[in-house]
Design a protein around this ligand. Structure first.
Ligand SMILES: NC(=O)c1ccc[n+]([C@@H]2O[C@H](COP(=O)([O-])OP(=O)(O)OC[C@H]3O[C@@H](n4cnc5c(N)ncnc54)[C@H](OP(=O)(O)O)[C@@H]3O)[C@@H](O)[C@H]2O)c1
Length: 230
């Protein structure tokens, strides 16, 4: 299932959680990773740990200009990304929808939905020019079902599912888009909504041994769009 070592990934949200695990796994397997996140400290640590050809940048995906510059830099590198993983996201603090502050709702949508759009706007024309590639939009079980207390997050992931379905119909041959439900994994995000019971779920390190080969196996010939890490 694993792709050749020539896979070059651009991954958002590599400073923690699933993005970090995917980054560590990919580098260890000989793939090239361009990653981003907001934490300057974590980005500096990644650049020290994984020198060139890998590269890590401080980018807030909700800011179109920052994403445009980051993606342009990735594609100006000797090795061009051929797999884009839109992983960065936020979850709202548990609350019924009518108690969620407007600013929190807006910020979540700007990261979880607009952030993905910013990356697609910048990357897809370059992937088309290169003749192929795969776009992986990290979705959620809450992109296909719902739970109380996390309505803004559910809304954003249902948006990711719809956006990805439509994108897949727009892409030319040789490019494919997938909305990938990663499962339930013990990260900062899960602890925010599940509390201490998050510990019962697998760690990102355990998850990645199943998830990364699966994510790298997703074909540039479009298959079913909404998929789940086995
Ligand atoms: N964990 C689960 O069980 C689960 C289940 C279903 C879906 N997911 C999805 O899986 C993905 C990863 O989640 P996770 O559990 O690993 O979450 P996490 O531990 O909270 O990590 C989120 C990552 O996104 C980055 N990020 C957040 N806002 C950003 C922004 N504005 N710009 C750039 N980077 C940003 C964070 O880094 P900085 O803080 O440094 O920016 C961090 O690296 C998300 O799309 C999430 O919705 C997770």
């Amino acid at each position: 299932m694993e792709k050749s070592p020539s896979t070059c990934l651009a991954i958002t949200g590599v400073t923690r959680g699933l993005g970090r695990a995917l980054c560590d796994w990919s580098v260890a397997k000989g793939h090239t990773v361009y990653g981003c996140g907001r934490s300057a400290e974590a980005v500096a640590e990644l650049n020290a740990k994984y020198p060139a050809p890998h590269r890590f940048s401080v980018v807030d995906v909700s800011v179109d200009a920052e994403v445009t510059e980051w993606i342009a830099g990735c594609f100006a590198s000797a090795e061009k990304p051929n797999r884009i993983v839109n992983n960065a996201a936020l979850i709202n603090e548990n609350a019924p929808l009518w108690e969620v502050p407007s600013a929190e709702f807006t910020k979540l949508m700007k990261v979880n939905v607009s952030g993905v759009h910013h990356v697609i706007r910048a990357a897809v024309p370059r992937l088309i020019k290169a003749g192929g590639g795969v776009i992986v939009n990290v979705s959620s079980g809450w992109g296909r079902s719902v739970s109380p207390q996390v309505a803004p997050y559910c809304a954003s992931k249902w948006a990711i599912e719809g956006l990805t379905q439509a994108l897949a119909e727009e892409l030319p041959d040789g490019l494919a888009a997938y909305a990938v439900n990663p499962g339930v994994i013990d990260t900062d995000m899960l602890r925010s909504c599940f509390g201490s019971s998050a510990r019962a779920s697998p760690s990102p390190k355990t998850w990645v041994t199943r998830a990364a080969p699966y994510i790298l196996s997703l074909s540039p010939e479009q298959g079913p769009v909404s998929v789940t890490v086995p």
